[in-house]
Design a protein around this ligand. Structure first.
Ligand code: UDP
Length: 165
């Protein structure tokens, strides 16, 4: 088998990519299909970090009219944690070792983001899902993906906004 072009990849999955034909939340068929594709990549020997968005559940800027923007953005970050836990669970169900690291500490459900620890996970072939974006309001998960890609020294950053079919 050919060697993969990129040894380490950072994948940005927008929340919308998990919607499928639904208008809110997570479509089980779609997240299942995404997980199967991720598994194929991991089997190739690619080290994979993933940043998941939250737009399928909550986008701060869209509801901040009668809420303070910062609270709304934290709610958006929490939405990314929901998606990250879902993805971890579906991946582990099909035998892909996965760790979630959150930029906002919530130690009962995810590891805190620790760069060196994330790198060790990747080196051991575990998928690392980076949750809670950058941990800061006024940013998006695209920024988080760029940041984690640089921090993980990924060879490429790939963004998937919508999964059809
Ligand atoms: N968010 C934030 N800081 C971050 C990442 C995300 O405040 O570092 C909030 C922001 O409100 C954003 C929401 O989380 O609208 C969901 O993220 P995003 O819109 O990037 O998700 P996507 O469009 O990729 O599904």
């Amino acid at each position: 088998m050919d060697k993969p072009v990129y040894k380490r990849v950072l994948l940005k999955l927008s929340g919308e990519a998990l919607l499928g034909k639904t208008s809110f939340g997570i479509c089980p068929d779609v997240i299942g299909a995404v997980a199967e594709e991720i598994k194929e990549v991991v089997i190739l020997g690619v080290q994979l970090g993933i940043v998941v968005g939250g737009g399928n559940i909550f986008r701060g800027v869209e509801v901040a009219r009668n809420m303070d923007r910062i609270s709304a953005d934290y709610m958006g970050m929490l939405a990314t944690v929901i998606n990250s836990l879902a993805l971890q669970s579906v991946l582990e169900n099909i035998g892909v070792d996965t760790r979630v690291q959150s930029a906002i500490e919530m130690k009962e459900i995810a590891e805190p983001y620790i760069r060196r620890r994330a790198l060790r996970h990747l080196e051991k072939g575990r998928v690392v899902v980076f949750a809670a974006g950058t941990g800061n309001p006024y940013f998006t998960t695209d920024t988080a993906a760029s940041l984690r890609a640089v921090e993980m020294e990924a060879g490429v950053l790939i963004k998937a906004t919508r999964v059809d079919g």
